[in-house]
Design a protein around this ligand. Sequence first.
Ligand code: 9YT
Length: 157
Amino acid sequence: MIVRELRDLIGTALDVVGLCFNSRRLLVARDGQSYSMHDTIIKAGAEIPLWYKHHVESVYCVAGEGELENRETGEVHSIGNGTFYCLNGHERHVLRAKTELRMICVFTPALVGPEIHDEDGAFPLLTDEPDVTPSPPPVGSEPARVTTMVRDTSVAD
Ligand code: 9YT
């Protein structure tokens, strides 16, 4: 069982600060599940073009008011407390925050942790690999494990 408190993530590497959002990554790839889960705050006034080419994202809004534009169809949906959407077709979209939004986001495959959006509004597909540095761990400590950012080049952009 994994039990975490949001307050324990604040200010750590899993509290990822973007230009107009804060993504607190509660569950990430190294936790061994098929998805990651984030508690994300989008700043009021933000307009974010996104395109999750490598991931499927599900989003449940629990606070705030905003708008979701599907750039493939031109459809615009209001977002508020209780709105859910799933980008199961990797749709290009724009998220607009009229007020601060709080969104619970689930990504498949799981994010490693430090991902930020690239120029297309996508997260790169990273792999979580153990550190292979052949130095012995200090006596009495757990084996060291660090997250390395490795671009998976088998997936075309
Ligand atoms: C809702 C959304 O896509 N926001 C961008 C941030 C992302 N969801 C994240 O890192 O949690």
